[in-house]
Design a protein around this ligand. Structure first.
Ligand code: NAP
Length: 340
């Protein structure tokens, strides 16, 4: 089979090569999927840059989510069969014509849903659902800040917060993205390139702050976010995009900018900082991933979760797809397809 293989870290244009590789073998609890489309996640950009320690050694096949048709199932697999149209989370290996994953990480997609759109429902929507529904139980009227709201996870978080009837604040880096946030129903879109989000939040909430923050920017954004929380507020820290475009000194200073915290600070202020890493969850409790996936599919059926397809690239343009995501040009999900 063919795969888009990461051969060197650095510039997106030269990082990948389409190579002939062995089709992966599957175990009893796994399925083999003929991949029609695979999704990009920002973690792929970090892996390409050599900033993601979980990534496999090069030459590596990246990829966290695929959509396609099941061509073989392990003998313990009960809920899926050959021919099913599915979307699935993969633990790398997604940038290929065939991918293997645990059956519990795959789910059938509605007949009317195209493969490209379906890729968004796994990693990005499951991350958002786990963070917003399981780690933070959002309630009607909660004031919620979603950082990078126009992205893949951001879109899902906003749709969930809207479903829970929250008052939504969200940041993005351009007017086009702000218009997109408005179209999603964000009450207070904030352009962080022209406005300081902390002062905006404090003005808009009359100095009280917000009840929940979802932040994958990291660095100073977490420290400012912590200050922007009301009593009882929680901040979910699930990424560090801010280190991606820095040199080594910038990376160190961004890491330090997260801040240093003492448990007493959380207790006396009645605020919480929650870390989320879906890979750790998948390792520790795969059933949580299955539960989130089922919930995401159900919310999709109910019309709560409707992924935005940002842009679809052909596999030959994998470098351009990475560049598009890295340079903050994307809105919603970036997808790569094998056959147009
Ligand atoms: N912990 C987990 O398990 C987990 C799982 C999935 C995703 N994540 C994290 O969640 C975040 C969102 O992932 P995604 O796949 O949905 O990506 P995405 O949000 O679609 O794309 C990244 C967006 O981040 C914003 N951004 C902020 N600072 C940036 C910087 N320094 N460089 C580039 N972009 C920056 C940009 O939006 P603006 O133009 O609006 O700034 C950009 O469009 C990523 O940080 C990712 O690593 C974590």
């Amino acid at each position: 089979m063919k795969a888009a293989v990461l051969i060197k870290n650095g510039d997106a244009a030269t990082a990948f090569q389409i190579r002939e590789v062995a089709t992966p073998l599957f175990r009893n609890d796994e399925v083999l999927i003929k991949v029609a489309a695979f999704g990009l996640n920002f973690a792929d950009v970090m892996a390409r840059m050599g900033l993601y320690k979980e990534a496999p050694p090069k030459p590596a096949i990246l990829g966290y989510d695929v959509a396609g048709t099941i061509v073989a199932v392990g003998e313990d697999v009960k809920h899926l069969r050959t021919g099913d149209r599915v979307t699935a989370m993969t633990r790398f290996g997604g940038y290929a014509e065939y991918a293997v994953t645990k059956a519990s990480a795959a789910t059938e997609i509605p007949a009317e849903m195209d493969y490209a759109t379906a890729t968004a429902l796994t990693t990005q929507y499951c991350t958002a659902y786990f963070a917003a529904a399981e780690m933070i139980n959002l309630h009607a009227g909660d004031k919620v800040l979603v950082q990078s709201g126009a992205g893949g996870v951001g879109t899902a978080l906003i749709q969930y917060a809207k479903h829970r009837q929250c008052e939504i604040f969200s940041t993005a880096g351009s007017e086009t993205k702000l218009n997109y946030l408005r179209s999603l129903g964000v009450h207070h879109p904030i352009n962080y390139t022209t406005h300081d989000f902390e002062s905006e939040i404090m003005t808009l909430t009359e100095g009280k702050g917000v009840d929940a923050i979802f932040d994958a920017v990291g660095g100073a954004s977490i420290k400012k976010g912590f200050r922007s929380l009301a009593a009882g507020g929680r901040i979910v820290c699930y990424g560090a995009a801010a280190i991606s475009d820095k040199n080594i000194f910038g990376k160190i200073s961004t890491a330090l900018a997260f801040g240093f915290y003492h448990p007493l600070q959380f207790m006396t202020a009645s605020k919480a900082l929650i870390g989320v890493n879906m890979l750790r969850i998948a390792d520790n409790k795969p059933e949580v991933i299955q539960r989130c996936l089922e919930a995401v599919v159900q919310l999709n059926k109910e019309g709560v979760f409707t992924p935005t397809l940002g842009k679809v690239f052909d596999v030959a343009d994998i470098g351009a797809a990475h560049d598009f995501l890295e340079k903050r040009k994307s809105i919603g999900k970036v997808v790569v397809q094998w056959w147009s």
